[in-house]
Design a protein around this ligand. Structure first.
Ligand SMILES: [Zn+2]
Length: 297
């Protein structure tokens, strides 16, 4: 039933309906027209089209794929057809909530990793202080109080004024622990059936995505945005060093980034920037490499 990952985490195979899903309104009519007014979207529930289920192996970046889902009925439906429902209660507003929470957690952890590596730009955009306390900022949203003199006042004393990482870590921990409510522990047989092992399990997609993110933080692994298409991607533990492939999500994006660097080198060369300086600016190995690019090699 379960699949043991390399870190001993037991993630169950998830299931999806072979025929796909459809949105139903509260009055049980099929919602064929997905272009609904926002007042009616909340009443939508995801329904399987038949009783036939198939199991599939969870991709280890499923949580990142969920953050990229457009939170619209059409966007969620496409994701559900590929990976199945979130869990038991599959209303549209639950999906919207989970996607929003997961996106916030992913940007918080990404910003915290950046901060640890000496770049606090991400945290400065997400965490803001005013006279009353500290808030989480998302574009287009009302600032979410993490701790103010009115809300969670007891927490305020734990953070130094102006501290960005402390409040970010607190909020990240809180939202992940909330997401992990659907996760539990089980004593399970190993594959050879020789001994029992304690495993963390989840049978719902919602539990699995939070478990993936929690596990990643536990192992201090990371992810970053592709430099070409800005898609989030996992960084492999084994691929150490600074190979350019680690900065792009695919061969196509790596090629586009490479061509963009050559284009930039040519523009700088036309502005009479010295070769060594061009190499530095476009992260080329040395002036000789840049020379090769300019000659069209
Ligand atoms: Zn890409």
């Amino acid at each position: 039933m379960g699949t043991k990952t390399d870190d001993g985490l037991e993630l169950f195979r998830l299931q999806r309906c072979t025929a796909g899903y459809v949105w139903r309104r509260a009055d049980l009519r099929a919602a064929d027209d997905l272009d609904l007014g926002t007042d009616r979207i909340e009443s939508l529930t995801l329904i399987p089209l038949n009783d036939e289920l198939e199991s599939y192996l969870l991709p280890d970046d499923l949580f990142l794929r969920l953050t990229e889902v457009e939170p619209t009925p059409a966007g969620v439906l496409a994701f559900a057809n590929a990976y199945g429902p979130l869990g038991a209660a599959d209303s549209f507003d639950t999906w919207q909530f989970v996607i929003g929470q997961l996106r916030a957690a992913v940007s918080l952890y990404g910003a915290l990793r950046g901060h640890a590596a000496g770049d606090s730009g991400g945290l400065q955009r997400l965490i803001r202080w005013d006279d009353a306390g500290v808030y989480f900022i998302e574009p287009g949203q009302i600032p979410l109080p993490i701790a103010t003199t009115d809300i969670n006042a007891d927490r305020l004393s734990r953070f130094g004024r102006g501290d960005l990482a402390g409040p970010a870590r607190y909020l990240l921990q809180e939202s992940i622990n909330h997401g992990l409510h659907a996760v539990s522990a089980r004593l399970l047989w190993n594959t050879e059936r020789t001994h029992l092992a304690l495993r963390v399990v989840s049978t719902s997609l919602e539990g699995c995505v939070w478990l993936q993110l929690a596990r990643l933080i536990d192992c201090a692994r990371s992810y970053r945005q592709c430099r070409t298409c800005r898609k989030w991607m996992l960084i492999d533990r084994e691929s150490a060093g600074n190979r350019p492939s680690r900065f792009t999500c695919s061969n196509a994006c790596r090629m586009r980034l490479y061509l963009a660097r050559i284009g930039q080198a040519r523009r700088l060369h036309a502005q009479h920037v010295p070769l060594a300086e061009i190499a530095r600016r476009v992260s080329a190995k040395d002036a000789k490499t840049v020379k090769g690019w300019l000659r069209g090699e």
